[in-house]
Design a protein around this ligand. Structure first.
Ligand code: HEM
Length: 452
């Protein structure tokens, strides 16, 4: 018997046993249609994988980390006393990198894992935005997701300070100046984040937020997010059909692929690939710890956050943009993301049928990418307003022109196809109206009940 046959038999038997004793297929996530066997349908699951990796690697780091700004007595585990004045938080990070077996790999993979989680959450968000998955009946899924994105960024923000490097301390101070100006939330958060006003108070609060409060909130919200996904099922592919059904019935579920084990193993395969990639990158490019807070011997010139906040930092570099204005712009963007399901009311979900929101999405995306690169290349460099307009205006103009030309051509070809088919009328007319369904009285009514 070949190894493969033997392996498959063992796997089948083991799975059969688990299935029998747990009845898992009856309570695990609902079955999913065949078309969902594509990575683009599981971008949220990839974020969950990334989150789980962060939890596991974070718990291991917690075994060593000391959230204290006091000078260490152990010189960071080094024989010489050169580091004896370094704060314990920095020292314990240094110790993980230099003295714990595989510590550097663990810490670097936690850091790159954070980048990956934020990147994947952004991909998940943009995919949902473009394909209109936030439309009825998934408005609440979207809103819970928007808050998840905010919490994920909060994890990045609070974690950045923990190694207690001068770089992270400076960047966090700038971030706090901005965050505390958030309308309503800022004054409420202020005393909580700053504690007694000492640096130890700040570190303790950021530590508590990073390892307990935000992960708990994230876990609870994720539970709600997945429960909503479970009740609506996966969103069908984007369509121009205004009468497209947006929810699968339980009858249809019976013809779909069970979540356990098929989709679970499909996602697990991607999860293993993810872990391999993160560990590989961490092994090839281990993170180097910048110098600690208060090291007077160090020359520190730049104040730079991690890449996902560079755009915000660049915004405050613009001459005339006060922290209040920067926070105002950020709040407006956040509110737009949160409430987009109630702003974009068009029936079709395909981006080509939503030119205005396609334009907004493209503009936001290019704005973020441009500002991030700009922030990375010229951190802290003041930019006069004329240069800002000169650089940013083309982004919006080019996007408007591209979307407009694209939409016009699409409508022209659509109208031509309609004419060729002998039909006339509006864009929606291309879709066959739903078949009439007989009523008990013998009259016919259109089948629109299952539209969502
Ligand atoms: C920590 C961040 C997030 C996690 C862990 C997460 C997780 C998930 C998971 C596991 C799903 C099931 C389908 C899939 O795997 O794609 C899902 C679906 C969904 N998510 Fe998220 N999500 C996050 C952030 C977001 C954000 C930022 C948004 C949008 C603002 C969002 C909106 C949605 C919507 C609308 C669905 C339903 C999509 C469908 O049915 O195809 N999520 N999410």
């Amino acid at each position: 018997m070949g190894f493969e046959r033997w392996f498959n038999r063992v796997l089948n038997r083991t799975w059969g046993f688990v299935e029998d004793r747990t009845a898992m297929p009856h309570w695990a996530l609902r079955p999913q249609p065949e078309f969902s066997f594509k990575p683009s349908y599981w971008t949220g699951a990839f974020v969950v994988n990334a989150f789980l990796y962060q939890v596991i690697s974070g718990l291991l780091l917690l075994l060593y980390y000391q959230p204290s700004t006091s000078a260490t007595l152990t010189a960071c585990g080094q024989p010489s006393g050169t580091l004896s004045s370094a704060p314990a938080a920095w020292c314990s990070t240094y110790y993980v990198i230099h003295s714990v077996p595989m510590g550097s790999l663990l810490l670097s993979s936690h850091l790159y894992g954070a980048y990956a989680m934020i990147f994947l959450a952004l991909v998940h968000f943009y995919r949902g935005y473009y394909l209109g998955v936030f439309k009825r009946p998934r408005e609440f899924s979207w809103m819970a997701g928007s808050l998840l994105l905010l919490l994920t960024l909060g994890m990045g923000f609070t974690g950045y300070l923990l190694p207690w490097t001068q770089l992270s301390y400076n960047a966090t101070s700038v971030g706090l100046v901005l965050a505390l100006r958030l309308p309503y939330a800022g004054p409420l958060l202020g005393p909580f984040i700053l504690a007694d006003g000492t640096s130890q108070g700040l570190l303790s609060r950021m530590f508590a937020a990073h390892v307990l409060l935000i992960p708990l909130a994230l876990g609870a919200l994720l539970y709600a997010h997945i429960a909503l996904f479970e009740s609506h099922g996966i969103a069908p592919p984007a369509s121009s059909d205004p009468l497209q059904r947006r929810r699968f019935t339980h009858e249809e579920d019976k013809k779909h692929v069970p979540f356990m084990p098929h989709i679970f193993f499909y996602i697990t395969k991607w999860a293993l690939l993810y872990i391999g990639l993160i560990l590989g990158i961490a092994a090839l490019w281990p993170w180097e710890l910048p110098t600690y807070v208060g090291n007077l011997a160090a020359v520190q010139t730049v104040t730079e956050p991690d890449w996902y906040f560079l755009w915000e930092f660049k915004l405050v570099d613009f001459v005339g943009v006060t922290p209040v204005i920067a926070v105002g712009v950020t709040t407006a963007i956040l509110l737009f993301i949160l409430f987009v399901p109630f702003l974009d009311r068009s029936r079709p979900t395909h981006p080509r049928d939503r030119p205005f929101f396609l334009f907004l999405g493209n503009s936001l995306l290019s704005f973020f990418v441009f500002m991030t690169v700009w922030g990375g290349l010229t951190p802290g460099v003041q930019i006069p307003l004329s240069a800002v307009i000169e650089r940013l205006a083309p982004i919006f103009i080019v996007n408007a022109v591209v979307v407009w030309v694209f939409y016009r051509r699409y409508r022209q070809s659509y109208t031509a196809r309609l004419a060729a088919a002998g039909t006339s009328g509006r864009l929606e007319g291309a879709y066959p109206l739903p078949a009439p369904r007989p009523t008990t009285a013998g009259a016919s009514v259109p089948e629109v009940a299952g539209r969502d």
